[in-house]
Structures are given as C-alpha cells and as structure tokens.
Ligand binder design. Structure first.
Ligand code: UD1
Ligand code: CA
Length: 485
C-alpha cells in the first residue's frame, strides 16, 4: 500500500475508538457495537486492531447504551480507558472527550470507529508508517468508492495535498462528484490535534463539531496533511443496519473459509458453512454443508464434520466423524464417531474411537476409549469405562428431583437395551446388566445385574380373548404349520 511499508513505525501515544453514537437503524435494545460478526462483537475487532499498533493507551468514547458497552469492555479488554460523551455533539466533540482522559499526551494519536469491524491492525500500522514517513500533522485513510453519497469528500489542492474534508450534506454539486471519501480513520500529531479541536465550530448543516474540520484548520497553519488510499473497501465499511451486518458477516466468513481452504481444509459448500474467527482447523478437515463452528472450537486433522452440525467451544480429535450433531464445551477423541442426530452438552468427553450414536444425548459424561452408546440414550453425569457397550435406549437417570448424581459403568461392561441406571450406582468392570433392568444397586465385577420380572406366557390367550381378529387368524395359521403333517 505504501512505499514506506517496511519501516517499523514509532510508538503510538493512543488509539481513540469512537463508539458513542446511537446506531438507530439497528432497531435494537442492544448497543450496535455488541452485535457480532463471525462470533465477536464489532467493538472487539476495533480493540484488536488498535492493539496491533501497540499504543500506550486505548480510549473508547462511549455514550449511547454506555452501561452495556462498558460492561462488555470490562470483559474483553479491561485495559482500555473509557471516556464518556454525555451528548453526541459530533466526532470532534467525541475526540475532545477522549483527550480529556489522556493528560500530557505527546506523539501520534490514531482515531477510528467502533463500528468498522473489518479494519485491520495492519492497515492502522501502514497508515501510521505513512504518517511518520511524510512527517505529516494529519494523515487520513481514504477510499475511492463507486457511490460516495453520504460520506465526507476529500478536497485536494493543486499539488494534490489534502486541503479539507466536506461532508456530503454540506458539499456543493461539484464537490459531490468527488469519489474519494473520508473513511473517518486518521493519525494526528497529538499537539496539533489538541490545538485544532479548540478552533473548530459547529458551523454546518447538523450543528455538530466535526472532526473533519480539524483538517482545514491544520492546513491553514501550513502543516502537511497526508492521505493514504486503501484498496480493500470492506475495511472502511461501517455497519449501520442489519442488512449491512449480514453482508459483512458473509464477507468475513468468506475470507475465513478462504483462509482455511488455503491451509488444506475442504469446504464442500461455503455458502452454508459458518466458521467463527476464533476457530482452529487442521489440514484435511472436511466440512460438509450446513456446518457451523463457533467459539473456541478446534478440529484435528482428517476429521469430517457435518452435514448440518453446530459445534460450540468443542475439541474434536484427528479423523473423528461428527454428523448432524449439536455439541458444546465437550471433547470428541481421535477417530471417534458422533451422530447422526446426537446432542452433546457441556462436560462430555468421548475417548478415542468411541461412539455416541443416533438420538443420544450426553451431559457431563466421561466416556472411555472405544466405548459405545450407539442408539437412543441419555448419558447424564455418567462415567463409562474403556470398551463398554451401552445398549439401545439406556438411560442414566441422574436426577432424583432434588439432586443430580453420577453413575458409572466399568471397562468392557455391557448394559443391555432399555435399562435404567438410577444414580448413584456403580456397574463394575467386566459386568453385565440384563436388558430392560432398572438398576438401583451396584453390580460387581463379572456379575450380571437383572432387575425385572420373569417372563410368563399364557397359552391360547389370543384365541380366547381376540377370536375373529386377523391376529387370531394369523395365530391359527401359524399353529397349523407347526402341526406334524
Ligand atoms: C463521519 C465523517 C465522514 C466520513 C464518515 C465515514 C465527520 C464529521 N464525518 O461521518 O467524513 O466519511 O464518518 O463513515 O466526522 N460518534 C461519536 N460521537 C458523536 C458522533 C459520532 O462517538 O458525537 C461516533 C459514532 O458512534 C460513529 C462515528 O463516530 O462510530 C461516526 O459518526 P457518524 O455520525 O456516523 O459520522 P458520519 O456522518 O458517518
Ligand atoms: Ca457512519
């Protein structure tokens, strides 16, 4: 972007992030800055970009819904300073509020917005290098856009030096034809900025204090104002409504998927695959259509995820297969198999080569290597040993209406279908539970636990009680076949 790009920039005194505006068009009770792109708040991207240039301070100017914004910042970036702008009197006033938090400032100050999530720290670093190399008093990040309406236009003098910025609503017809726009992102020499801010006036259509007027003030003192043109227009794009939010989310997602495809991940259908910025994927992962990977999820090499699978804060081992599954805060071991139609709730760990199959729900379940629960089960607060087999329809009944308890099944044990383990019970290593049992006491090593009434048949019942039905006819035919001819 710049001929100076390979020089290391000098340290930055502060990055000021403007985030006091109302965001009316979002029509949300939640601050616009907290709406998410690829799983992270818009504001968090601004803070992350600011951090890349290693400023002494980051100041966020808050106003509208500031309680929400401050609470969020305390969580994601407790180191940032907060400046309160009680009334949104304009971008110039907002920066003035920020400087109030920064006594005895010297060096450069970057100003950026909280609602421009695709702006990268690398772009801020190049803007800073440009600014310092040109020894400018102000450097503006600008863009050439096909439709400049609504934006501030960059005015240049005969030598090409930036001479001012005029807002769309204040511009005349000739100025409106200018397609180079102000991104709203700048580097200022701090002393120049502080002085110029005292000289601007709300003499414009909106009656606001415009930060853009600082440029005109600075030019009058003959200090150099530089501009850096950015090619990637997405980086200066703000989000003002939910349509822009979804478009930008799709663009960020597209870039994330491209990154992973370049790293050796197969994405069968990028249009229906969503991967958060914080996810980590190994080579030869295959993502099938309808897959959503969120939060701190990591997927090991060769694993196959999807279709129609949502994984949140999950760790999936190498060569695992996870299909049509919803899972969060759990671990799926290498070579394990999950789904189709499984639900893994927090605290589940499935060992290497294990299986959690169709219509199985697990919660806080530690399942050993090679253990299997293939069909229709609830594994709540369960400890299941290596190689154990949990039959179809087995329920770990962990809740007695007052408290939850854990049950365990030992290594290579076998729990017959449709059994209930009423917690807390222990089925030892190498034990069996007969199908259909309700287990309320422990089963020792090598024992068979049976808890159900013995089967009894009533001969001829159908002929007596259901005479004339198709069932009775079928019984008669079957009995005839059994008769010795
Ligand atoms: C601003 C620029 C314009 C530029 C555009 C790029 C000015 C006068 N104009 O216009 O040249 O092309 O950004 O998007 O600066 N904010 C506050 N406090 C305020 C006012 C705004 O914190 O009192 C924050 C807003 O939350 C927002 C940012 O500053 O994040 C920009 O404010 P906005 O009112 O949207 O400015 P624009 O009219 O878009
Ligand atoms: Ca705006």
């Amino acid at each position: 972007m710049s001929v100076y790009s390979d020089q290391a920039p000098n340290p930055v005194a502060a990055v000021v992030i403007l985030a006091a505006g109302e965001g009316k068009r979002m029509k949300s009770s939640r601050s616009k800055l907290l709406h998410e792109i690829a799983g992270h708040s818009m504001l968090s991207y601004a803070v992350t970009a600011a951090t890349v240039v290693q400023p002494e301070h980051v100041v966020v100017v808050v106003g509208h819904l500031r309680d929400q914004v401050e609470a969020h910042l305390a969580e994601i970036a407790p180191h940032v300073l907060i400046a309160v702008q009680e009334q949104q009197l304009g971008t110039g006033d907002a920066v003035h509020a920020a400087l109030g938090q920064l006594e005895s400032l010297s060096g450069d100050v970057i100003v950026t917005y909280g609602d421009v999530p695709m702006l990268t720290g690398e772009t801020l670093a190049s803007l800073l290098r440009e600014h310092q190399a040109r020894q400018a008093a102000v450097t503006v990040l600008t863009a050439e856009v096909p439709d400049p309406s609504g934006y501030g236009r960059i005015l240049r003098d005969r030598d090409g030096m930036v001479s001012g910025i005029v807002e769309h609503r204040d511009a005349d017809d000739a100025q409106r034809l200018i397609t180079e726009i102000n991104s709203g992102i700048y580097v200022f020499d701090s002393a120049t900025l502080a002085t110029a801010l005292t000289e601007i006036a709300p003499a414009n259509d909106q009656g606001e204090l415009y930060l853009t007027d600082v440029v005109t003030v600075v030019r009058k003192t003959d200090k150099p104002v530089a501009a850096m043109l950015i090619d990637d227009l997405w980086q200066t794009e703000g989000v003002n409504d939910r349509i822009q939010l979804s478009r930008m989310n799709a663009e960020v997602n597209r870039r994330i998927l491209q990154h992973w495809m370049r790293e050796g991940v197969t994405v069968v259908d990028p249009a229906t695959t969503w991967v958060h910025a914080s996810v980590d994927l190994a080579p030869d992962v295959i993502l099938l259509p309808g897959t959503s990977l969120e939060g701190a999820t990591s997927i090991g090499a060769g694993a196959r995820i999807g279709p129609d699978t949502t994984l949140i804060d999950m760790e999936v081992g190498e060569n695992a297969v996870v299909s049509r599954t919803q899972a969060s805060l759990s671990v799926i071991g290498p070579g394990a198999n999950v789904g189709p139609f499984a639900y893994l709730r927090p605290g589940t760990t499935l060992g290497a080569g294990g299986k959690i199959g169709t219509f199985v729900e697990a919660k806080n379940a530690r399942i050993g290597a090679g253990a299997k629960a293939p069909h229709l089960s609830y594994l709540g607060d369960a400890v299941i040993g290596e190689g154990a087999n949990i039959g179809a329809g087995v329920i770990f009944a962990n809740y007695d209406g007052v408290r939850k308890s854990t049950s365990s099944v030992g290594a290579y044990s076998f729990v017959g279908s449709n059994s209930v383990l009423a917690a807390p019970v222990e089925v030892a290593d190498g034990a069996y539970v007969a199908a259909g049992s309700t287990i309320t006491g422990d089963v020792g090593p090598g024992d068979l636990g049976v808890s159900r009434s013995r089967q009894r048949n009533v001969p001829g019942w159908v002929a007596r009680k259901r005479a004339g039905t198709k069932t009775a006819q079928a019984a008669e035919a079957a009995l005839k076949q059994q008769e010795p001819s």
